[in-house]
Design a protein around this ligand. Structure first.
Ligand code: ZN
Length: 352
């Protein structure tokens, strides 16, 4: 189903559920594990409903870090099946209501070590366990995301292919354009395509501005479907990934990223730039909230289920049109009407 849809049109992904649920008080920053699925399933359902109403075509099961290694850290190794199965069931329920596609989810295992051949078996086992617990509950395809080693991505791809589902494999790039096992991105993605990946892409770490130049190279390197899911936190050439942004002299990740959140207009522009580049699957990762997804969907010419509530600023009493404005503050009125430069005479105390 995902592949048929991609053959016809752009597919809009969803946003960054783990970071959004952390902000809402249902996920602990640190382990970032998704036990919210069994402890507060209504919170997951609500957020996924918000992504659906904002125009997402795919709901990702919230199984990020629902693998043995991470669940052991929070004493929930025994809940592996319950969390993985529950994550898909919740996503399936929302997707059915809105006519959407459900992806299963695999993520970086933190077990894989390119210098230790025995880690390959453990990595594969973690992927197989998650796939096995997710697959029976309504998964259309699997996304394996935030993987930094080509070797680990290949194991994820093999596991998804063995399960007989379409695969979307997305790699994360921090400081440069190479995987952690030293493979430049074009070669890494070509190898994944040759091994049968249906969709390859880039997710997390970088914002749209820092990710799209890599996406362009990816687009030129492969002929299969391409995906981008950047973070919605502002990065820069000096600091191209979100984990090293600084706020007031300290690293802002992961608790002080609020000042870096991109606006809905920036994410809308990203969606159009990605489309123009030939990206097929356009979504968001950490920091991407439902309002970003709606702006992206509308920028791509869609009407989202909640477009009914999209901005209607002409009706605003402070910045609306002639008929609706009730504001008395001359500065707001002047700047709105003529622009800031023109209204310079209204600013006080020589402020520029
Ligand atoms: Zn992310």
């Amino acid at each position: 189903m995902i592949l048929e849809k991609l053959a016809q049109d752009i597919v809009i992904g969803d946003g960054g559920a783990i970071f959004e649920l952390e902000r809402r008080g249902y996920v602990s920053a640190g382990p970032f594990t998704p036990q919210v699925v069994i402890e507060h399933p209504e919170a997951v359902r609500e957020l996924q409903t918000e992504f659906a109403r904002a125009g997402a075509d795919v709901i990702q099961a919230l199984a990020y870090y629902a693998h043995k290694g991470k669940l052991r850290d929070v004493g929930l190794e025994g809940a592996l099946e319950e969390i993985n199965a529950g994550a898909v069931r919740i996503a399936r329920g929302v997707a059915d209501e809105y006519g959407l596609i459900v992806s299963g989810n695999l993520s970086n295992t933190w077990v894989y070590d390119p210098g230790d051949a025995s880690s390959e078996k453990e990595t594969r086992q973690q992927f197989d366990d998650q796939i096995g617990y997710q697959i029976g509950h309504g998964v259309d395809f699997f996304i394996a995301e935030t993987i930094e080693y080509l070797g680990e991505a290949k194991i994820a791809l093999e596991a998804v292919r063995a399960a007989g589902k379409p695969s979307m494999i997305t790699l994360g790039f921090k400081a440069d354009d190479k995987t952690l096992d030293g493979v430049v991105l074009e070669n890494a993605f070509r190898e994944l395509e040759d091994l049968g990946a249906d969709i390859v892409g880039i997710n997390c770490f970088r914002d749209p501005g820092m990710m799209l130049p890599y996406a362009k190279r990816l687009r030129d390197a492969v002929s299969c479907f391409v995906a981008t899911q950047p973070v919605a936190y502002r990065c820069s050439h000096d600091k191209p990934y979100f984990q090293i942004q600084e706020f007031e002299g300290k690293v802002a990740f992961p608790l002080e990223l609020d000042p870096f959140v991109l606006t809905r207009f920036e994410m809308a522009k990203y969606a159009m730039d990605a489309r123009d580049m030939g990206v097929n699957y356009i979504g968001g990762c950490c920091g991407t909230a439902p309002h970003h997804i709606r702006a992206m969907a509308e920028a791509l010419g869609r009407t989202a289920p909640n477009s009914k509530y999209s901005p209607a600023l002409d009706l605003h009493s402070i910045i609306g049109d002639e008929k609706h404005i009730k504001e008395k503050d001359p500065r707001i009125l002047c700047e709105q009407k003529y622009g800031r430069a023109h209204c310079h005479f209204l600013t006080q105390g020589g402020e520029e």
